[in-house]
Design a protein around this ligand. Sequence first.
Ligand code: ITT
Length: 201
Amino acid sequence: QKIVLATGNQGKVREMADVLADFGFEVIAQTDLGIESPEETGLTFVENALLKARYAAKMSGLPAIADDSGLVVNALNGEPGLYSARYASVDGEQADAENRKKLLQKLANVPASERQAKFVSCIVLLQHETDPSPIIAEGECAGEITFEEKGENGFGYDSLFFYPEKDRTFAELDTPEKKQISHRARALGVLKARLQAKERS
Ligand code: ITT
C-alpha cells in the first residue's frame, strides 16, 4: 500500500521511512510530491499530526502518515513542548541551532538534579483526507538536558538530550541505536500493534 510520509523534516524521514517499509508500506516522501507542510495551528500533538496527515492526504489523494513531536522540559513547565520546532522563532537552517541555544540559556541556572525532560512523538495514520477513524500512536522517552552540546548525529535537540540508559546523548547514538529506543521508535511500535489489530478485526 502506498503512503505519503507527511513531513518536511529529513531527520524524521531517516527514522521512519524504512520502518514503515518494513510494515509493508510503499513510502513516498511528501517533499517528492512537492507538498509543503501546512501551518500547525493545533493545541495538541495529536491535532497537529492530524493536520499534517490530512493535508498530505488531500494533496496527494493517498493515505498519509505524520509525526508531531517535541521536547517537554519539567523545569520550564513543559516548554518548548508543542512549539519545539520554532522555540527561538527562527526559520530555516539555523532553527535547530538557535533552539538549542535558547534552551541552554533558559536552563543556565537549573541544577543537574532538576533537568529532567521527555521527548514525545505522536504519529497519525489516515486512509484518506476525511478518514473518520485515524490510527493514533504515541511514544515518550525520558532523559535529562545537558549543560552543553554533545554528539553530532540526529537532529533538533538530540545533542542536548542525555539518555541515562545508554549513558550518552541521543546525538552520540547512531541512527540504528536511536531507532531502537526513541520516542518515535516507541510510537512506531504502538502503530504497528494497532495496524495488526485492525488487520485481524
Ligand atoms: P514536520 O512538521 O514537517 O514533520 P518539524 O521539524 O516542524 O517537521 P514538528 O512540528 O513535529 O516537526 O516539531 C518537532 C520539533 O521537536 C523538531 O523540529 C525538533 O526540534 C524537536 N524534535 C522532535 N523529535 C526529535 C528528535 O527525535 N530529536 C531531536 N529533536 C526532536
